[in-house]
Design a protein around this ligand. Structure first.
Ligand SMILES: NC(=O)c1ccc[n+]([C@@H]2O[C@H](COP(=O)([O-])OP(=O)(O)OC[C@H]3O[C@@H](n4cnc5c(N)ncnc54)[C@H](OP(=O)(O)O)[C@@H]3O)[C@@H](O)[C@H]2O)c1
Length: 284
């Protein structure tokens, strides 16, 4: 479906302290966009300033912070916005049976509730403008279940549903919604997720998965087998840029061979086969 081009090359990108967000801020700026990157820690805001950006403070898990960030952004852009890139997120590790209500809540507050809350701050403006692009950074695990990362998978499955419903609800408004689905990308996502998530798993010595947790807590670096499939974060940024400028932005952009193969497999493989392929992680 064709969409009107945006009339203000301004973009808010969440989660730019590191990784995909940091790379995307640079790629979009190089493509001529005025980029407003978000971060939540003072040192990261300073790092973005030093790189020549005007950053916006955002802790997406806080409703108050979301509203302040949206208002602050529109002040900076003069009341218009071309695109919103929802990238901030983390992955809560752990078997579902070991996750507390608080762990599940925290995961969804950041990856789902906060993301939609931020998007909702801009939808009235996007509708009024008659143009705008919303890009949600999901994951291959938004389509494929990854045991021992169930909370994270659930948050990305939820994001896929939110994005699909939003696209339908915005039909005819001129506002496009795209989902970017990275596979393994060379960032500090895993150690960052471990730092954010293991705190909820500290007292689980009696868990069926205690050995797995111990090994991962001791070695949060990536297993070597992932490396050959990994792409740099700019590979994701290029897809985000496409979704922002194309007349016909795609609804989904898988990134990496793993993401393409995973999505294709999910479409054709029966559950029993998928279970066999994915269950090695819980075999221990
Ligand atoms: N790397 C991969 O292999 C991969 C694969 C598929 C999907 N993804 C998705 O890509 C996105 C970016 O991940 P990444 O690889 O770039 O990892 P990353 O380097 O860990 O970056 C995550 C970003 O999200 C921010 N963030 C986390 N919680 C936040 C909160 N409550 N409020 C505001 N910002 C918050 C982090 O800020 P702080 O530094 O303040 O924590 C950081 O800027 C995520 O949505 C992730 O799920 C990554």
């Amino acid at each position: 479906m064709a969409f009107p081009p945006v009339q203000s090359k301004t973009v808010l990108v969440t989660g730019c302290s590191t990784g995909i967000g940091w790379a995307t801020a640079h790629v979009l700026r190089a493509a001529g966009w005025q980029v407003f990157p978000t971060a939540r820690k003072a040192a990261d805001l300073e790092k973005l300033r030093a790189a020549g950006f005007t950053p916006v403070t955002l802790d997406i898990a806080s409703g108050e912070s979301v509203r302040a960030a949206a208002a602050g952004t529109l002040q900076l852009t003069g009341g218009k916005l071309g695109a919103l890139v929802n990238n901030a997120g983390y992955g809560q590790p752990g078997a579902l049976e070991d996750l507390s209500r608080a762990a599940l809540r925290e995961q969804f507050e950041t990856n789902v509730v906060g993301l939609q809350d931020l998007t909702n701050q801009f939808i009235p403006l996007f509708r009024q403008q008659g143009w705008g692009r919303i890009i949600n950074v999901s994951s291959v695990v938004g389509r494929l279940p990854l045991p021992l990362m169930g909370a994270y998978c659930a948050s990305k499955y939820a994001l896929e549903a939110l994005s699909d419903c939003l696209r339908l609800e915005l039909r005819g408004s001129g506002v496009a919604v795209s989902i970017v689905e990275p596979g393994p990308i060379k960032t500090d996502f895993r150690p960052n997720a471990a730092a954010a998530g293991w705190k909820h798993l500290a007292d689980l010595k009696h868990s069926r998965f205690a050995g797995y947790y111990r090994r991962n807590a001791e070695e949060p670096h990536r297993p070597k087998t992932r490396d050959r499939f990994e792409l740099p974060p700019e590979a994701v940024s290029e897809k985000i840029l496409h979704a922002m400028v194309a007349d016909n932005p795609r609804t989904r952009y898988p990134v990496t061979l793993v993401a393409w193969a995973g999505a294709a497999l999910r479409r054709v493989a029966p559950d029993a086969l998928m279970d066999q392929l994915l269950s090695h992680r819980v075999a221990d």
